[in-house]
Write a protein that binds this ligand. Structure first.
Ligand SMILES: C[S@@+](CC[C@H](N)C(=O)[O-])C[C@H]1O[C@@H](n2cnc3c(N)ncnc32)[C@H](O)[C@@H]1O
Length: 436
């Protein structure tokens, strides 16, 4: 799949470039440059100065690039704010997502049982983006602080529309933005929304979304996902094939707990909104669980003088969500979960776990995972100007850094930069019993 996605990515790149080339006026410019260059070369060739001139030019180039590089390195120690320009200059466009050494993340952090991959390609995601941007612009809740931003709204819409479920269940609705996203993906399909406070309550204060084709387990009817009698509810909703149901969790509960509850009820298709990286977040996530030494980019060092510690302390200067080794590690060099703790329920409850428990959790998760797909960020940070998540800990973006024309063509440049700040590695998983 990696090779497939990479090749698709290159394919999409070339196609897009071809398209841009078609519309660009640069053809004549190139010809003009070539003729000037040819004239200069002809002059030096005629006068016999060609070789010394080339050698001098190369020497000047090497000296200049050396001074530019060392100037950027010196700047790093004096950076005190999240300065976008410095960030881009220090990491360079190519280095934004790949300069994290051993900490870089592989495409699939969690291993699935048989290595199954998603059907969609980067090209599908790009097409989806083009379609989704105008839809997103009509959202009823313009400022969804504490809820989903653009990246995850797109991810949820894309996955839902691709899977075309017979029923959608969401746990954690807040003002109803995610309910609205599900509705955009499937205009006529029933939704079940589980959330302690009914979204209609927010209508009194401002924008909210209440869906007309939705069963709400909210307010006085609220029951936690894990306590619902799902066989009765499914019968009531006329659903017999649970593989046709999509569950969306945005309730900040331990994802290990939710995985076990969903499996027990017989559900197979799940999306987790906040798939927090190790050392961050208010609940134990799949990403944290699968972060193990045997995974490329997984497992961590608490040694203060390690390469990892050095890289982390630099990255922390640039990205708000990046954590340095001091934050990452709790007592006894416990780096897993959040400082050795398994958090749950918005961190209202948490408990310390040993490394061996953490390791067992990952073995369990891998034994029931049929598929694990992390949504990439929609676009690179030099395009979105997001300053929160560290791109080194995220998959390569759908629209890569430097591709401003594509970013613009997809309509992404019309959106407020703040809508790109909420990315936390949303993940789509398929699960089934160990035996299958
Ligand atoms: C981050 S917000 C959800 C944001 C929403 N999905 C959106 O995109 O705007 C988390 C929500 O989970 C709700 N919540 C808290 N405990 C919950 C539980 N046990 N089950 C379901 N929802 C819960 C909170 O009340 C809150 O509305």
């Amino acid at each position: 799949m990696l090779a497939r996605v990479l090749s698709m990515r290159r394919g999409a790149h070339t196609e897009e470039e071809d398209e841009l080339d078609e519309h660009s006026q640069d053809d004549s410019k190139t010809r003009k440059h070539l003729s000037i260059a040819t004239r200069i070369t002809n002059y030096f060739t005629r006068t016999g100065y060609l070789c010394p001139t080339i050698i001098t030019a190369i020497i000047i180039l090497i000296i200049t690039s050396y001074f530019l590089q060392s100037r950027d390195l010196l700047c790093v120690s004096s950076i005190s704010s999240f300065d976008r320009l410095s960030r881009t200059r220090f990491f360079g466009l190519d280095g934004l997502d790949s300069d994290f050494g051993a900490l870089g993340v592989p495409w699939y952090l969690c291993r699935s049982k048989h290595g199954k991959t998603v059907e969609w390609t980067t090209k599908d995601l790009l097409q989806g983006l083009e379609e989704f941007v105008p839809i997103y612009e009509t959202r009823p809740i313009k400022n969804n602080m504490y809820g989903m931003g653009f990246d995850h709204s797109f991810g949820l819409w894309f996955i839902t529309r691709w899977l075309k479920p017979d029923l959608m269940i969401e746990s954690g609705a807040f003002k109803g933005h995610s309910t609205w996203v599900l509705r955009q993906a499937m205009p006529n399909t029933r939704i079940i929304s589980i959330t302690p406070r009914h979204p209609e309550k927010y209508l009194k204060k401002g924008a909210a979304y209440v869906d007309g084709n939705c069963t709400y387990f909210a307010g006085k009817d609220f029951v936690d996902f894990g306590s619902i009698d799902w066989s009765t509810v499914m019968k009531k909703h006329g659903v017999s094939d649970l593989s046709r149901v999509l569950i969306f969790f945005d309730d900040h509960q331990s994802e290990l707990k939710r995985l076990k509850q969903a499996l027990k009820a017989g559900f197979t298709n799940l999306v987790f909104e906040d798939n927090y990286d190790t050392g961050t977040g208010d609940h134990y996530s799949l990403r944290q669980i699968c972060d193990q030494f045997y995974i490329q980019g997984g497992g961590h060092s608490c040694f203060e003088d390690s390469d990892e510690a050095r890289v982390r302390s630099v990255r922390k200067k640039f990205w708000e969500k990046a954590v340095d080794t001091q934050e990452l590690c709790g007592p006894g060099e416990s780096w897993w979960g959040v400082r050795g703790y398994m958090r749950d329920d918005f961190n209202h409850t948490n408990k310390p776990i040993s490394y061996s428990q953490h390791f067992q959790n990952s073995r369990y998760v891998e034994s029931i995972l049929d598929l694990y797909w992390e949504l990439p960020p929609v676009a690179g940070p030099s395009l979105t100007h997001q300053t929160r998540y560290d791109p080194a800990r995220a998959p390569s973006p759908i629209v890569e850094d430097g591709r401003f024309r594509l970013f613009q063509r997809l309509g992404l440049s019309r959106l407020e930069p703040s809508v790109f700040n909420g990315y936390t590695q949303m993940v789509y998983v398929q699960i089934s019993d160990k035996e299958s």
